[in-house]
Design a protein around this ligand. Structure first.
Ligand code: PHE
Length: 338
């Protein structure tokens, strides 16, 4: 009697293993037939019951029934697994086009930052950075911006508490960089800036700038023009023109604002350049001696230039985006295009 029960154990193991390895519904069916079918292995055993001693027949019978249920259940479970994994679905049409997976991509602003960094790296600049949350000292004092300067006004600057604010420009990184190393210094510093402007087509309370700073012996205004013109031509092509207009910044002297000739109309005048042919990019100038004093550089030995750059503006020009808000809405339908 033990023999026959052992034999049934073996059959069970065999059948379960076979089911586990079956790859589709046809294979599962074939296994069921070979064990449970009319001419299957279990039927053979049932037929041989006559040779089993009468007193052990009930036990063997019960075991046979249990085995049948077990195999049917396992087969069902296997079919279920195969369907979940898709393998049993023979109606699947393998010639259908695949489903495209959404691939993440860089935000257009950061693509522009990458491009700016690439171009200035080529001119020997390295990348510096500073925190978005700054103190009065880095955002204003060290940059020679007087106590009563309108830029400090609560209406322009987001203050977190007295003396602590969200930086309004990346010029803060000029100070941090010069504090941390001796000249020569040649860095660009891309980053987020904040001003309490209301959103409209050309203003956003958060925006990107890229600062440039070069300090060494004998750096001139001409060097600065050269760097900015080279940058403009690399980014927008050899036909672009750059114009410098006198301006005032507390931290540079002399100072300028600079414009690129309109890349959309080539300078002839269009809606984007408001029909004057030029697009304002940002400010620049020679580092003011007061700034050098604030960071412990000797203005008798060193000169340097600094410039800012509106990354949003440049991004909008590169991709012909008409409204800055698109850059901050995070609408996937917009972002997918870049
Ligand atoms: N920080 C100035 C701004 O935000 C731009 C600037 C940078 C001007 C460096 C001169 C030198 O408008």
């Amino acid at each position: 009697m033990d023999d026959i029960l052992k034999f049934l154990d073996k059959i069970e193991q065999e059948a379960i293993t076979a089911l586990g390895q079956s790859a589709d519904k046809a294979a599962v069916d074939a296994i069921l037939v070979s064990y449970l079918g009319r001419k299957g292995k279990l039927a053979d055993i049932s037929k041989g019951m006559g040779q089993v001693a009468p007193e052990t027949r009930p036990q063997v019978g019960a075991r046979l029934n249990q085995l049948k249920t077990k195999l049917t259940d396992s087969a069902e479970k296997r079919l279920n697994d195969l369907t979940v994994s898709g393998a049993a679905d023979q109606s699947f049409d393998y010639s259908l086009p695949g489903r495209r997976r959404l691939v993440g991509r860089k935000h257009p602003l950061l693509q522009t930052v990458d491009e700016i960094v690439r171009i200035f790296r080529g001119m020997g600049f390295s990348v510096a950075s500073g925190p978005d949350i700054e103190t009065d000292f880095y955002n204003f004092d060290a940059l020679n911006t007087p106590e009563d300067h309108p830029a400090r006004d609560l209406s322009d600057t987001f203050y977190i508490e007295k003396g602590v604010l969200l930086r309004t420009h990346t010029s803060t990184v000029q100070i941090r960089t010069m504090q941390s190393k001796k000249p020569p210094v040649r860095v660009i510093a891309p980053g987020r800036c904040y001003r309490s402007d209301a959103f409209d087509a050309s203003h956003s309370p958060v925006f990107y700038q890229c600062e440039g700073l070069f300090v060494d012996n004998g750096v001139t205004f001409g060097d600065m023009k050269g760097a900015i013109i080279t940058f403009a031509k690399e980014l927008f092509g050899p036909r672009i023109k750059v114009r410098f207009r006198p301006h005032f910044f507390p931290f540079t002297e002399p100072s300028a604002e600079y414009d690129f000739s309109c890349i959309l109309c080539g300078g002839k005048g269009c809606r984007v350049c408001k029909y004057n042919g030029w697009l304002e990019i940002s400010g620049a100038g020679m580092v003011d001696p007061e700034v050098f004093k604030a960071v412990g550089y000797d203005p008798e030995i060193y000169t340097g230039y600094a410039f800012g750059m509106g990354v949003d503006r440049i991004t909008m020009l590169r991709y012909r985006i008409g409204d800055i808000r698109l850059l901050y809405d995070n609408d996937i339908r917009f972002l997918r295009q870049f």
